[in-house]
Ligand binder design. Structure first.
Ligand code: GLC
Length: 430
């Protein structure tokens, strides 16, 4: 018998005397009795530490009439998006609610893959979020996602290693490379710096940080692609040099978040670029780096006034337009964005809360070093407004990855990216 069924049965046991008759028959369908509704929530793992199940348990405790069945989605946001888009465009009524990336509203809204939320949530509900987040989830005047948690890129470092070698915490990219070289030369660590260099969405996030810091853009104010600028050359040349100089392992060109995280947690890297949740993840019992990790805003290029730029990531909660349980979906989403759920996300999992009240609570800021520095970093979004964003992003990450792995020169990669960006942006308005 499935675990979800057992859980449902135990919750029902007090009220449903007919349970034994129903068990094994239609009992596993979405409506168990007039009083209990089961909704399906599709969500990727977020971090490795069981956030989703902990939140579901808390929700079910306070809402005994709604059961939530979790469908685990892939950690790669692109694969996750593709599987949900296929399912929902095929008319499937499940999942009812899905956790979707902040860069999805353009595509999902324009293709009818997410329900506009304005009819189900009040204006004051949307005002409870930190500024900018609802705007990011809006497409043509309607809100499609409730901001669930915010991500930003940070630099994690090994306090113990830097102290041993009397090295400063890097404020510039050049210093980070230099610190790494010293640590490697002295055989204090296996790798200098690990990050997300694989050919996927996460590389677009990393790229935005270097590019913006070098003074470049993907599109200029007129919407024209400008990714072959001198600033872009500087950014990509530096990223490639991390690999050719041995600061980052060659395999970094295949790393997504989990691989970079694992290397760092195993004690094999001095520096890690990752999202806010990497703090709690690295401090989970059993990693090799508990008590040895520090976190700072991203570095900047030498000669610039820091700090550098952290990309804005994060995830929203969306409703499948074919869901048969919209009221229950709304209740679930309201709870997941409530002060209670957001406090759990922040305090146990170092996720940046989207709820404005929680995000600015001085007690929350004191909980861990990531939340303490959230306001001190420069943030940069991805150019994600277009329904065609998946093409825009793949023009970026495929070409950046080709240069990182040495298949093409920096200049060729950027020229290719620029012409692909032109066709991606001309096939739909940006
Ligand atoms: C994180 C971010 C998300 C981003 C993804 C890339 O999950 O929250 O916005 O697209 O990483 O891998």
């Amino acid at each position: 018998m499935k675990k979800s069924l057992l859980v449902s049965m135990s919750v029902l046991s007090a009220s449903a005397m007919t349970m034994t008759v129903m068990a094994g028959s239609a009992f596993a369908s979405t409506k168990h009795s007039s009083s209990v509704t089961t909704i399906n929530w599709a969500a990727s793992p977020i971090s490795n530490v069981g956030i989703r199940k902990a939140l579901i348990q808390l929700f079910e405790k306070t809402h005994p009439n709604i059961q939530v069945k979790l469908t685990s989605q892939p950690t790669n946001t692109d694969t996750n998006r593709a599987s949900l888009a296929t399912e929902i465009s095929g008319g499937s009524a499940t999942p009812d609610v899905f956790m979707g990336d902040v860069v999805w509203p353009g595509q999902f809204a324009s293709a009818g893959l997410a329900l506009p939320l304005n009819n189900y949530f009040s204006k004051s509900y949307f005002n409870s979020f930190a500024p900018g987040l609802v705007q990011g989830a809006t497409y043509k005047g309607k809100v499609y996602g409730a901001p669930f948690f915010m991500d930003a890129g940070f630099l994690y470092y090994r306090k113990d290693l830097l102290a041993k070698a009397h090295l400063p915490v890097p404020k510039t990219w050049e210093q980070l490379a230099n610190d790494s070289k010293v640590l490697l030369k002295n055989h204090l660590v296996k790798y200098g710096f690990v990050w997300e260099g694989a050919s996927y969405e996460g590389l677009t996030c990393n790229w935005m940080e270097y590019l913006t810091d070098a003074g470049g853009q993907v599109f200029n104010a007129a919407g024209k692609p400008v990714m072959n600028s001198p600033a872009a050359v500087k950014a990509l040349t530096f990223m490639r040099s991390l690999i050719t100089s041995g600061v980052s392992p060659k395999s970094v060109t295949t790393f997504q978040e989990p691989q970079a995280m694992n290397v760092f947690n195993a004690g094999d890297a001095a520096f890690l670029r990752n999202w806010d949740y990497a703090w709690s993840n690295s401090q989970t019992k059993g990693t090799s780096v508990v008590g040895k990790v520090g976190v700072v805003p991203m570095p900047t290029f030498a000669g610039k006034k820091g700090p550098g730029y952290g990309n804005i990531g994060g995830w929203n909660l969306y409703i499948n337009p074919h869901s048969k349980h919209i009221q229950a979906d709304v209740t679930f989403i309201k709870w997941m964005t409530s002060v209670q759920a957001q406090t759990v996300l922040a305090s146990k999992y170092s996720e940046i809360p989207t709820n404005n009240q929680v995000q600015h609570d001085p007690k929350i800021k004191k909980l861990n070093p990531v939340l303490a520095i959230v306001g001190s970093e420069h943030l940069v979004p991805r150019p994600a407004q277009s329904p065609n964003y998946p093409k825009v992003s793949s023009a970026i990450y495929q070409n950046v990855n080709a240069a990182l792995s040495g298949q093409v020169s920096v200049q060729t990669a950027l020229n290719n990216a620029n012409s692909q960006l032109s066709s991606a942006s001309s096939s739909s308005s940006l």
